[in-house]
Design a protein around this ligand. Structure first.
Ligand SMILES: [Ca+2]
Length: 509
């Protein structure tokens, strides 16, 4: 990994269990020092000039350095713990209205972002100084503002990663091959045995199977081997200054400072992903405040080093989002001939009994699980596997709102438990579409009157809906799965008899 010029320290964490079954991980830290040794940017004359420019850009009154403690008596009541619009733990929530008047606007931050590293650091210092006042007003302790927020660092790598867009979409099978590899299943079984006491205790307390907790742990951080190397405060402060999701990031940053105030974790151990997701379970700070649990009774909610806390916090999150004890996530199913694939959406719900009456069956002939509001999903379209999913599957989506993610947790937990992998074959002959191809598909559908919303290169419900209407108009199976054939057909380049697209191929799809 390349070290950005001003990334002074990369903190590498390794967790290894103590030998005596204490249920605690020992955390070791290796600090790699790069080009500079101090955490604060030096105020060179050039930097001071750009600082003045940035001040003007940001429309700020000159902030007094170290103004934090002086304003401590001027606290407003602390707001309620940050409430992200989407409490998914691993995925940043959408932007929220109500930006701080103290922060630079998105346009100003964008202007700064085009500048040099010195511009970034100077602008970041301006933003930080202004935000220190806001943090104090929000009730963050002056010591924390001075020692943690004021020493936060601009991390250019965070911005790079935030702006990175993959060139290609990922097919469901490519994602699941990696997320639910035999190695990860075997490792999950070993982790389940190793941390049996912590996982079973959380399971008994919250009613979430230990295999599901283990699977989430595997999906989120590969069982703690990779939960990110960014200081959460640095990552969120960078995102807050950078501006694309400023209100959201400021909210999460305040939540992170509040966690430090509460003494759950020291700032230098508050480590996670570039996007602010922390520790083994990749909780955002606002999610931590709502759901993290001190299960080992040491007085700290520690999702970085305590197996009992990690297991209980994960289960508590799911229960808080509605997980039902004893209910299955769902199962792989066979669909009857002539099944209307336009109905394979989470929004189409009926009881498993009703689905069974339509001819939906399990793969092994056993009865469908008893689910009330269940949906049929076919993430790779009519040629791929289909699943009946219920309420607890939708709860998994609260962790990360992607069907393939929830399917990954479901499959990993099932296989850790000794269950079978997915039986039906994926349509592996279909190539992944590039982002440009998805964009072209969206534009073409819109032009033909099959509305997909604003073209964004991302396959979502609106694109599937537009695609399904197009497929129906052409007499095709309306599965809403985007393929190169469909794009070619939309462009008028497809031959009507192309395999997999012609109406006569419907039974095979
Ligand atoms: Ca604890």
């Amino acid at each position: 990994m390349l070290l950005p010029q001003r990334l002074h320290a990369v903190i590498h964490l390794q967790c290894s269990k103590r030998p005596a079954g204490a249920g605690q991980w020992r955390m070791t830290r290796n600090t790699l020092v790069s080009t500079e040794s101090t955490r604060r940017p030096k105020a060179t004359p050039a930097a001071l000039v750009t600082l003045a420019t940035a001040l003007a850009l940001a429309g700020c009154a000159a902030p007094a350095n170290g103004s934090g403690p002086a304003q401590a008596s001027n606290r407003a009541p602390a707001p309620a713990p940050a409430t992200a619009a989407t409490p998914a733990a691993a995925v940043p929530s959408p932007p929220q209205p109500g930006a701080s008047p103290l922060a630079p606007t998105a346009a100003q931050a964008a202007a700064l972002a085009k500048g040099s590293d010195a511009d970034h650091i100077a602008g970041f210092a301006v933003w930080n100084s202004a935000f220190q006042s806001q943090a104090l007003q929000a009730g963050i302790r002056p010591d924390t503002v001075r020692n943690v927020l004021a020493t936060a660092q601009w991390q250019p790598r965070v911005v790079e990663l935030d702006r990175a867009q993959p060139e290609f979409t990922r097919t469901p099978w490519a994602y699941l091959d990696s997320a639910v590899s035999p190695q990860r299943v075997a490792q999950g079984q070993a982790k389940l045995a190793e941390h049996s006491a912590a996982l079973q205790s959380a399971s008994a307390r919250y009613g979430v199977p230990a295999t599901v907790i283990t699977a989430i742990w595997g999906m989120e951080s590969n069982y703690g081997s990779n939960f990110g190397t960014f200081r959460t405060v640095d990552a969120l402060a960078t995102l807050a200054f950078e501006g694309r999701r400023r209100a959201w990031a400021q909210n999460e940053l305040l939540a992170a400072l509040r966690i430090i105030d509460q003494g759950d974790i020291a700032a230098d151990r508050m480590i996670g992903s570039w996007a602010g997701a922390m520790g083994h379970t990749q909780f955002l700070p606002s999610v931590f405040l709502r759901h993290a649990v001190d299960a080992d009774g040491d007085g700290h909610r520690d999702i970085w080093g305590s197996a009992p806390d990690v297991a209980a916090s994960t289960a508590a999150f799911l229960v808080g989002e509605g997980w039902r004890r004893g209910e299955s996530w769902g199962t792989e199913v066979q669909l009857p001939a002539g099944f209307d694939h336009a109905r394979t959406e989470l929004s189409v719900r009926q009881s498993a009994v009703q689905w069974a009456a339509e001819g939906v069956q399990t793969m092994d002939g056993r009865p469908l699980p008893a689910l009330e509001a269940a949906s049929i999903l076919a993430p790779a379209g009519a040629r791929g596997p289909a699943f009946l999913v219920g309420h607890n599957f939708r709860t998994l989506l609260r962790y990360n709102n992607a069907v393939t993610y929830a399917l990954g947790v479901a499959q990993l937990s099932q296989q850790i438990d000794g269950g079978a992998p997915i039986i039906a074959a994926w349509p592996r002959d279909l190539p992944a579409l590039s982002r440009d191809e998805v964009l072209a598909l969206q534009v073409a559908l819109n032009e033909r009157g099959f509305d997909t919303g604003t073209p964004d290169g991302v396959l979502g419900p609106a694109t599937r809906a537009g695609l399904r209407r197009y497929q129906q108009s052409e007499g095709l199976v309306a599965d809403g799965y985007a393929t190169a054939d469909l794009l070619a057909r939309l462009r008028g380049a497809a031959t009507p008899a192309a395999p997999g697209t012609a109406p006569t191929a419907a039974p095979a799809r």
